[in-house]
Design a protein around this ligand. Structure first.
Ligand SMILES: Nc1ncnc2c1ncn2[C@@H]1O[C@H](COP(=O)(O)OP(=O)(O)OP(=O)(O)O)[C@@H](O)[C@H]1O
Length: 233
């Protein structure tokens, strides 16, 4: 068996008066496309924050292989429409997190930006102000920004929730392509069961006080029904 990229072991996270996780266990194998589903308030965002290292576990551990420093994580947030006046061009926006102390990009960084723009089909419109781009183009710009540093893990946090159907599939086709060609491991948090089924290799269904983990292909009709009832789809 190959070593996982991340192993979550006996994870507990507690807020005052709220045990979000008591004993959460699952692996994220390298190259996986893991979909995380669960009703509102069950702890999906909390899990992402813990994986990003923004939240300290109350108990248990999140182990990264070979080590935490070696794992870069790209994050694509939920789609929120940006103001039309948002001044940065798509290209500037994609390169934003690359700039250290210099206000400009090095040649190598510029090449990284161009690669991310090409992969997300944004090269032709890279000089367009991001505020003037369509919803799908804006979300592809967030994806480009998340992959520019060639992360090992890409987290999509309900990133398709406010997109129309065509744009959802367009975005996830790109992500699937990255997953298959560049071996980027994907963690996709969604309420959308058809999307979870189409793109996911494994699923993690979070329920209050319990979890279910398995291969999407092995999900039984009853499990699907249960999941869709919980998600109200
Ligand atoms: N910093 C915090 N302090 C106290 N309680 C918190 C904190 N963050 C989250 N919670 C609580 O923990 C629970 C899980 O929240 P979380 O945002 O992770 O759920 P979620 O599954 O992402 O929900 P949604 O689908 O609505 O985004 C909720 O009851 C929430 O109110």
């Amino acid at each position: 068996m190959t070593e996982p990229l991340i192993a979550v072991q006996h994870l507990a996270i507690t807020f005052p008066n709220n045990h979000v996780f008591k004993d959460l266990n699952f692996d994220i194998p390298t190259g996986d496309f893991l979909t995380v589903i669960g009703e509102n308030g069950v702890g999906k965002t909390t899990l992402i924050r813990a994986l990003l290292g923004l939240l300290k576990p109350t108990a248990g551990a999140i182990n990264y292989y070979p080590n935490k420093k070696a794992i870069k994580i790209g994050y694509v947030p939920q789609f929120r429409n940006l103001d039309q006046e948002y001044p940065l061009t798509i290209e500037d926006f994609v390169g934003l997190n690359l700039k250290g102390w210099r206000p400009w990009l090095s040649k190598a960084e510029h090449r990284q930006v161009m690669t991310a723009l090409a992969v997300t089909n944004l090269k032709k419109i890279r000089q367009r102000p991001l505020g003037m781009a369509s919803g799908g183009e804006k979300q592809r710009a967030y994806l480009a920004q998340a992959i520019v540093q060639q992360p090992q893990l890409l987290i999509l946090d309900e990133s398709t929730a406010s997109l129309d159907n065509e744009m959802k599939y367009e975005l996830l086709d790109l992500v699937q392509n990255l997953n298959q060609t560049s071996q980027i491991t994907v963690l996709f948090v969604t309420h959308d069961l058809p999307l979870a089924k189409k793109y996911g290799k494994h699923y993690l269904a979070l329920r209050p006080g319990q979890q279910e983990y398995g291969r999407v292909a092995d999900m039984s009709v009853e499990q699907l029904k249960e999941a869709s009832d919980a998600l109200n789809v």
